[in-house]
Design a protein. Structure first.
Length: 136
C-alpha cells in the first residue's frame, strides 16, 4: 500500500520567513487613515506599514490616482501649448506670404520653441523616472 502524504496548505518557507511580530495601536482616526490608504493603494495594511517604516526607496508608495490626475493635467497643458505653437506658426506663414514677417519675430519664435522642446524633454524624463519607480 502506498503512503499518502497529507497536504496541510502551502509549503513552509525555508528562507525569508517572518517570525517577529510588532504590535501597534492606532487611534480611531489613524486607523481610518490607514484603512483608506489600504483601499486607495490596493495593498494590505501590513505591507503598507512595512513599506512606510522600512522606507525602502525602491518600494515608495505612490498614490496612483492622484499621480494620474497630475500627469493628465500636465499632458493637457502640453497639448494646449502645442496648439498655440501651431497657431503661431500658421500666423507666421501667413505673414511670410504677405511679406510682413520680420526676422525679430522669427528669432523670438525659435527661442520660445526651443524652450518648449526642452521643457517637453524634461517632462518625458520625469515620466520615465516615475514609471521606473512604480515598476520596481
Amino acid at each position: 500500500m502506498e503512503d499518502f502524504k497529507k497536504l496541510n496548505g502551502r509549503p513552509k518557507l525555508k528562507e525569508g520567513k517572518r517570525t517577529k511580530f510588532i504590535n501597534v495601536r492606532f487611534t480611531e482616526a489613524e486607523y481610518k487613515e490607514v484603512s483608506a490608504l489600504e483601499k486607495e493603494l490596493g495593498i494590505s495594511k501590513t505591507d503598507l506599514i512595512r513599506v512606510r517604516i522600512l522606507s525602502d526607496v525602491k518600494k515608495t508608495v505612490i498614490n496612483s490616482r492622484e499621480l494620474i490626475k497630475y500627469i493628465d493635467a500636465a499632458g493637457a497643458e502640453m497639448g494646449r501649448i502645442g496648439n498655440n505653437i501651431n497657431q503661431l506658426a500658421k500666423h507666421a506663414n501667413t505673414l511670410k506670404l504677405k511679406g510682413l514677417l520680420s526676422p525679430a519675430i522669427i528669432d523670438q519664435f525659435n527661442r520660445l520653441f526651443e524652450e518648449y522642446i526642452c521643457v517637453q524633454q524634461q517632462f518625458e524624463v520625469s515620466l520615465r523616472k516615475i514609471i521606473r519607480a512604480m515598476g520596481t
